[in-house]
Design a protein around this ligand. Sequence first.
Ligand code: PLP
Length: 399
Amino acid sequence: MIQDPADRLQDYLVFGEYGGVNPSIEDSSTFTFLSVEKMEELFEHEIEGCFLYSRHLNPMNHYLGKALAALEDTEYAQITSSGMAAIVCTIMQICSAGDEIISSRTIYGGTYALMKNFLPKFGVTTNFVNIVDLDAVKAQITPKTKIIYCESISNPLLEIADLASLRLLADEHGLQLVVDNTFSPLMITPVHHGAHIVIHSLTKYINGSSDCVAGVICAPHDFVVSLRDVNNGAAMLLGPVLDSLRSASILKNVHTLHIRMRQHSKNGMYVAKGLQELGVKVFYPGLTAHPQHNLFSGMLNPGYGYGGMITLDAGTEEKGNKLMVRMQEEKVGYHAVSLGFYKTLFSSPGHSTSSEIPLEEQESMGLSQALVRLSMGIDNDIERSFERIKSCMQEVGII
Ligand code: PLP
């Protein structure tokens, strides 16, 4: 078994139609058949190498799915047109009206809003818990629970879920452990720690160039096939297909992910340590002061570090806002939502990616309005970048 996910990716080769080093892009929404019987057969079940209609499956999404299944060590993967589509399709495939989800309360704001506001319209309700408190998770399990949902590193507080313990709970009650691994591709392989299904927003690190929106569901073969069942599949029937051209460009970027992740992590660690030394309240799982540092260290694949995501407390909302404006002016990076870009991105979670969470709930989970989240880029000279961050902080009065 190949343990390093980058080595599994390396071994995934696809040739183009004329022997090209990249697969040929099949620029077609529909596919021809030589017999009526074969077409009927494909409506009934998938046949390797046969394609029916691009929303069902197309060659490029199949190739990208195979590459990402290699990354996450799952049997197969379903590509979707966004990370949210991956989350919606997974939940709707597993849950029916009346079912319940237990979710970490610190998740991406869009996922939170989906579970809190949208899914109840279809009879699917969610109990939000502190995912690091296993007793609290256990207490929420009812005969109607179908899914335990969490992010491997939570957004934006960077808490670490104990996947192995969550899996034990899931097994006791016949639940699916669904893990969003968007913040930590390559760094951890959630199925090795107990996840049944792994989701990514490809929009972030995996693509890495902030030029598109896409998602993936990495899962056992039968689950992936069920997602595109012509009569019953959430991906087939809700229709979030990713265009082949975009899928092809993501596939090319996937193969540089290991180099990028190492640099994101190197820069993340440098800045997190520097901020800590300056006395700034900083959340970063690579720091020994992080409450789940040891747990996370034990889960990491060697060599990819602790990631590029850092959250700091600017003291007040006003200082946080000023800091972001100054950092953009000083070319530290961009004041923008999202993450995983080659340049540094920063935003205030309370006003952006977590703004869907009501203010009092944000406060109860420790999500202060003074938080600033940084997605460290792959800057060549991180010492130079850190000096700029430091001088912006001095100017704004944070240090
Ligand atoms: N999961 C996480 C952890 C995210 O941060 C995001 C978006 O920010 C999503 C899922 C949703 O992904 P997308 O924007 O590709 O739909």
